[in-house]
Design a binder for this molecule. Structure first.
Ligand code: SF4
Ligand code: SF4
Ligand code: SF4
Length: 243
């Protein structure tokens, strides 16, 4: 059997999602029996323009990044967005709340006017090219990457969870963070992380993005029941919900 050729690329991000792949260890070795990595800057020195599947981490913050992503898209039959920076724009989109010149000056001081230090409004991958599949999370859950690759190998479309984090949280029998007088984005956030944050005594801050058709009415009712406002919710959404 000819193995699909996989390339992994990164743009603006902390590379923590790629680290999750490296950390797969034994699972990664068994995956490599079925796919052939041809480019992966974090783990190998080879480079290639010939690949079937491109896995792309990070968000787009410069025009030259957008052009590079378009080239990757042209070459890949399948493009997978890896992690919240790629699927949502992630925490990088906080930059969009500020004037770009102000941002450049804050980071580069008197060098900010150098043309080499170009910057632009942050975009998620799907805002620049067509994305076939998304692996959500900051960072991703490596098991979800394995699931998506296995689906592609057998010619099946991956189906990520389309229900809120609260479902997994209830299954884990956690005490709701609202009972601790906190605001949790679990009611409107896509599940798939096994309610990682509420299971570790923290509220969900929405890193997997909104579930399709979120039950805003139910979320509003929860907020009202605990004396919170929609404005409180919007503040919490800033981290992963900024456009
Ligand atoms: S999604 Fe989070 S962990 Fe992944 S690269 Fe972006 S900031 Fe890092
Ligand atoms: S609101 Fe948060 S803590 Fe409460 S059930 Fe939903 S996910 Fe769990
Ligand atoms: S609980 Fe929320 S913030 Fe935490 S990993 Fe899951 S989706 Fe992300």
């Amino acid at each position: 059997m000819i193995k699909p050729r996989i390339a992994i690329f990164d743009f603006a991000c902390c590379e923590g999602c790629q680290l999750q792949i490296v950390n797969m260890e034994e699972e990664l070795l068994s995956l490599l029996e079925h796919v052939q990595p041809v480019e992966w800057r974090e783990a190998m020195s080879d480079q290639s323009d010939d690949y079937d599947i491109a896995i792309v981490e990070g968000s787009i913050t410069r025009e030259e990044d957008a052009n590079r992503l378009r080239e990757i898209r042209k070459r890949a039959k399948t493009l997978i967005a890896l992690g919240a920076c790629a699927t949502l724009g992630g925490v990088n989109k906080l930059k969009n709340l500020f004037d770009l010149e102000e941002v450049k000056t804050a980071v580069y001081a008197e060098s900010a006017s150098l043309p080499i230090l170009e910057t632009a409004t942050v975009q998620a991958l799907h805002e620049v090219v067509d994305v076939d599949y998304r692996i959500e999370g900051c960072p991703i859950d490596a098991a979800e990457l394995t699931y998506v690759i296995k689906c592609l190998l057998i010619g099946r479309a991956p189906a990520p969870p389309n229900y809120p984090v609260c479902v997994e949280c209830k299954l884990a029998e956690n005490v709701c963070r609202y009972d601790y007088d906190e605001i949790c984005l679990g009611p409107i956030t896509r599940a798939g992380c096994r309610a990682r944050c509420p299971s570790n005594a923290f509220w969900c801050f929405g890193c997997r993005g909104p579930v399709d058709d979120p039950n805003v009415h139910a979320a509003t009712q929860v907020m009202e029941q605990y004396g919170k406002t929609v404005e409180d919710l919007k503040v919490k959404l800033t981290l992963f919900g900024t456009q």
